[in-house]
Design a binder for this molecule. Structure first.
Ligand SMILES: [Zn+2]
Length: 220
């Protein structure tokens, strides 16, 4: 697909935000449990108007060359999560390829004897669900994110993993003391994780808006 580099700046895995998505082990929770995905190619519109990053973000479908607004995948459309197989293109019905976090790769590899046999069935069920979701009119307004809610959800997952599942798998003792200590530890850990993600995202947005404003004044 030909991308107009005059009109869009192209983000691939080498961009810091994309690289962070690949490296941060906590992102495995977003990918595996929530089904939150980032496309392999993200286009940021170079416009003179100061607009939020989400409004300037576009996702190209490599199968039909449709340029989708990133606002198609938002919580209000119930499309921000559940994208386990990638992002569904509602124009051609194919899947837009996404980045995969390294920890996700590792977990998928280790658990492959469990899911490998059901993958085609799961994918077919998932595809049908996407067709239903995207057949309804989409709300293309900016999403409202709450960092503390996302952080607490991550903390809950980490609590279950670290305090219950991990000891069960590795035959370690689960004691009441460990269960109780784990609660404040993972509540604060979750809030810290949510706050870091929020700061990282807003820093990246500010940097992108500043670069973009600078380029706009340069060309004037
Ligand atoms: Zn497509």
């Amino acid at each position: 697909m030909n991308i107009d580099s005059e009109k869009y700046s192209i983000r691939t895995w080498i961009h810091p935000l994309m690289l962070h998505w690949i490296i941060n082990p906590g992102v495995a929770f977003n990918e595996l449990i929530l089904g939150q995905r980032i496309p392999k190619i993200l286009l940021i519109e170079k416009t003179r108007k100061i607009k939020p990053l989400a409004e300037r973000s576009f996702i190209p479908c490599p199968h039909c060359n449709t340029l989708h607004s990133a606002l198609k995948w938002t919580p209000q459309n119930k499309t921000a999560f559940g994208n386990w197989f990638g992002l569904y293109c509602d124009h051609c019905g194919q899947i837009i390829p996404c980045l995969t976090n390294l920890t996700t790769y590792l977990i998928l590899g280790l658990t492959s004897p469990v899911w490998y046999w059901f993958r085609n069935y799961l994918k077919a069920v998932w595809l049908k669900k996407q067709q239903e979701k995207f057949s309804k009119p989409l709300n293309m307004t900016l999403p409202q994110h709450s960092w503390w809610y996302a952080g607490l959800r991550w903390g809950l997952f980490m609590y279950i993993w670290a305090v219950i599942l991990n000891p069960l798998l590795f035959r370690d003792e689960i004691t009441l003391k460990k269960l109780l200590i784990g609660i404040p530890v993972w509540i604060s850990g979750g809030l810290l994780f949510g706050l870091c993600m929020k700061l990282f995202m807003s820093l990246s947005e500010k940097k992108s808006t500043a670069n973009h404003a600078l380029k706009s004044t340069d060309t004037e």
